[in-house]
Design a protein around this ligand. Structure first.
Ligand code: GLN
Length: 304
C-alpha cells in the first residue's frame, strides 16, 4: 500500500502524453475559463495517510459531486421516507434529461440526476433553518475543514444560464414534488454545485463513504446501512449514461461533476479524487476516467 505515491506519479506522467484532453464545460460561462491543462490526483487511505500529485491541492468547482453530499444530509434527516420522493434506478440518460421525469409523474429516477438533486434540495430547504449555511457547515464538518466555501461567481453564472434546471424544477413543482418556492430550490442547488474544493479536500469529505459513515475524527454522519445505499447509488447512477462504463473500466462507486472532478472509493481501503477540466461527450472528465482505470488496473483494487 505504501507505493500509492509512486503509482499516482506514474499515472500522472502517462496522462501527460494523452493528446485529446476533452472539452471544458462552457454552458456555465464561469467554468469555461478554467485551464484545460490542469491535472491532479489525490488518495487518502483508511489510516488517513495522504498521497497526491499534480494540481491535487488546487480548488475547482465540484458541481454534481455535491449531489452525494446533499443526498447524505437529506437521508440522515429523513431516513427511508426519502425514497417516497425520489427513486434509485439508473437513468441511462444525460444528467439534465427531462423525459423520464414526465413519464414517472414527477418522481426522478435517482438523486444524482439534476431532477433528483432538485428534489433533495427541496427536502433540505424544508428541514434546515438556514439551508445554504447549514449545508455548508455539514460539509465542512465532514472534512473538518472550515476553508471549504461556495464560489459565488459560479453560482451566479449558473443561475443566469441554467434554463434546463429551471425547466426541471418547474416540472417537478407541477407534479407536486417540490414543496418550496422553485426559485429558492434553484438558488440552493446552484450554490451546492458551486462548492469549491481540491482533490485533497474531496478525499477528506468522501472519507465517510469509505469508512462506514464515520469521518476521520470518528463522528458518525450515516449508519452503515445508509452508506451501503449511498455507495450503491454512486455505483449505478454516479456517471449518468456512462455509469456502466465507469463500473466496467474502474470498478468503484464514484461521482463526477462537469467541473472535471471525479471522486471514487473502495470501502474500508481508500478514497481517490482526480481533477482534469476537459470532459468527454458524456460530461465526465476525460483524463480522470483514464487515470482511475489505470489506478484500479495497476493496483488490482476494485470492488470486483
Ligand atoms: N450544476 C450543473 C448542472 O446542473 C451540474 C451538472 C454536472 O456536474 N453534471 O447542470
Amino acid at each position: 500500500m505504501n507505493n500509492f505515491q509512486n503509482i499516482l506519479e506514474h499515472i500522472a506522467r502517462d496522462i501527460e502524453l494523452v493528446k485529446d484532453r476533452g472539452t471544458v464545460a462552457s454552458y456555465i460561462p464561469e467554468l469555461a475559463h478554467v485551464d484545460k491543462n490542469k491535472f491532479g490526483m489525490h488518495l487518502i487511505d483508511a489510516q488517513g495517510n495522504h498521497y497526491g500529485t499534480g494540481d491535487s491541492e488546487e480548488g475547482f468547482s465540484i458541481q454534481s459531486i455535491s449531489k452525494v453530499l446533499s443526498l447524505s444530509q437529506a437521508f440522515a434527516i429523513m431516513g427511508d421516507k426519502l425514497w417516497e420522493r425520489v427513486d434509485v434506478e439508473p437513468s441511462g440518460d444525460p444528467f439534465n434529461h427531462l423525459s423520464l421525469l414526465e413519464l414517472e409523474h414527477g418522481i426522478p429516477r435517482n438523486p444524482l440526476i439534476n431532477a433528483g438533486a432538485l428534489v433533495i434540495a427541496d427536502v433540505l430547504i424544508s428541514h434546515l433553518e438556514n439551508p445554504k449555511a447549514d449545508f455548508l457547515a455539514y460539509v465542512r464538518k465532514m472534512a473538518n475543514d472550515e476553508n471549504i466555501n461556495y464560489d459565488m461567481d459560479v453560482a451566479a453564472s449558473e443561475s443566469k444560464t441554467g434554463y434546463t434546471n429551471y425547466a426541471a424544477a418547474n416540472l417537478l413543482k407541477s407534479y407536486g414534488n417540490i414543496k418550496n418556492d422553485v426559485d429558492d430550490v434553484l438558488d440552493f442547488y446552484f450554490h451546492q454545485c458551486s462548492l469549491k474544493m481540491s482533490c485533497r479536500q474531496l478525499t477528506e469529505v468522501f472519507y465517510i463513504f469509505m469508512n462506514r459513515g464515520k469521518c476521520r475524527r470518528g463522528n458518525a454522519f450515516l449508519n452503515i446501512n445508509q452508506v451501503k445505499r449511498v455507495n450503491a447509488i454512486m455505483l449505478t447512477c454516479g456517471f449518468y449514461d456512462e455509469a456502466g462504463e465507469f463500473a466496467f473500466e474502474v470498478g468503484l462507486p464514484g461521482k463526477s461533476g462537469v467541473g472535471g472532478g471525479i471522486v471514487a472509493l473502495l470501502p474500508n481501503q481508500f478514497c481517490i479524487a482526480t481533477w482534469s477540466p476537459g470532459l468527454n461527450v458524456k460530461g465526465n472528465s476525460k483524463l480522470g476516467m483514464i487515470a482511475l482505470e489505470q489506478f484500479t488496473t495497476q493496483t488490482g483494487l476494485s470492488i470486483f
